[in-house]
Design a protein around this ligand. Structure first.
Ligand code: COA
Length: 318
């Protein structure tokens, strides 16, 4: 039997966004849409598109930043978990490429595909592995290049998505130290399994927007509350909330129902669009970099997406 530790904590955050900006005005020249519709229905002003970067390029850049902020080096890492649904190659997985480029010697290296909720799933996989004693230090990435799977002639989806990556480094807590990563609350809705899809028959992202919107606005607030309770954190003590950045109306609606009145609410969607598995770690890393979250404050993460899958946990700001 291997023995692990009592919990894990996040010690480094990183992110990467491509330099190409695609504004609502740019999109209005490509499809029959306009800034007013996009801003009022979804809240997006612009998004970043990867012209030259691959999924692995963006994942590696975000991981490098997280690693350098953590004070660790590649030699310390023994597990790499990458959440993505937009890798073009089936093999090798993105995690193996990221590990090779970082120079990690012999890590467990795996991809997790739960679409937009992937990052919290990946954090849970790494947290569980470290607590079980199967690993000691993890790089966890959420990365997406949905522009490869976007139908640029379909206005109902072309305006929604963007590319990017976010990453964290996890390590075990010391004896007697409180865990900095709370229990995961995760699950899925099998009867809505095709509500968000990229299929072999039509390799473009499609969704039943209204039914997902209804599900999200009625279901997510209680799940987010359960996530805080699982970590023994009161909603009024939450310092920041990072929901999946799919629609500003959903984010603001859930935040209001949740009553996290003292928390900073991530609204990275305005400048980044919906970056699927990257949306939570990207918004999170930018918030930390901007100094928007007080040290030690609980941060509530919660995401949902294709599958229909969902997952979230509380993490503590270092
Ligand atoms: C996708 C979403 C923004 C669409 O907003 P909506 O208010 O439901 O809009 P609808 O699809 O009902 O379309 C309303 C009208 O706007 C039109 N429309 C759609 N996209 C448009 C665009 N980009 N510009 C202008 N008009 C558009 C539609 O054709 C429709 O026109 P009609 O009434 O003449 O038929 C919204 O449903 C949503 O965010 N759903 C949740 C998505 C989500 O969270 N996914 C998670 C997994 S990533």
């Amino acid at each position: 039997m291997t023995t692990g530790v009592n919990g894990t904590k996040v010690i480094g955050f990183g992110h990467y966004q491509p330099s190409k900006v695609l504004t609502n005005e740019d999109l209005a020249k490509m499809v029959d849409t306009n800034d007013e519709w996009i801003v009022s229905r979804v809240g997006i002003k612009e998004r970043r598109i990867a012209e030259h970067e691959s999924v692995a390029d963006m994942a590696t850049a975000a991981a490098e930043m997280a690693l350098s902020k953590s004070g660790l080096t590649a030699e310390d890492i023994d597990i790499v978990v990458v959440a993505t649904c937009s890798a073009i190659d089936r093999v090798p997985n993105v995690a193996s490429t990221v590990a090779a480029r970082l120079g990690v010697a012999s890590p467990a290296a795996m991809d997790v595909n739960t679409a937009c909720s992937g990052f919290s799933h990946a954090v849970a996989v790494a947290d569980h592995a470290i607590r079980a004693g199967s690993a000691t230090k993890a790089v966890v990435v959420g990365v997406e290049k949905l522009s490869d799977f976007t139908d640029w002639t379909d206005r109902s989806t072309a305006v929604l998505f963007g590319d990017g990556a976010g990453a964290v480094v996890l390590t075990g807590v010391e004896d007697g130290e409180e865990p900095g990563v709370g229990p995961v609350v995760w699950g899925s809705v099998p009867e809505m399994s095709t509500a968000v899809r990229i299929t072999a028959e039509d390799p473009h992202i499609k969704q039943d927007g209204q039914s997902v919107f209804r599900w999200a606005t009625t279901t997510l607030a209680p799940l987010a509350r359960k996530t805080a309770e699982a970590a023994d954190v009161k909603i009024e003590d939450v310092g920041a909330v990072v929901f999946h950045q799919a629609n500003l109306r959903i984010i603001e609606g859930i935040a209001k129902r949740l009553g996290a009145d003292n928390a900073v609410i991530a609204k990275d969607i305005v400048g980044s669009g919906n970056t699927s598995a990257a949306s939570v770690p990207l918004a999170l890393s930018k918030m930390i970099e901007a100094g928007e979250v007080p040290s030690g404050a609980p941060i509530l993460l919660f995401a949902f997406g294709g599958g229909l899958t969902y997952a979230g946990q509380i993490i503590r700001c270092p």
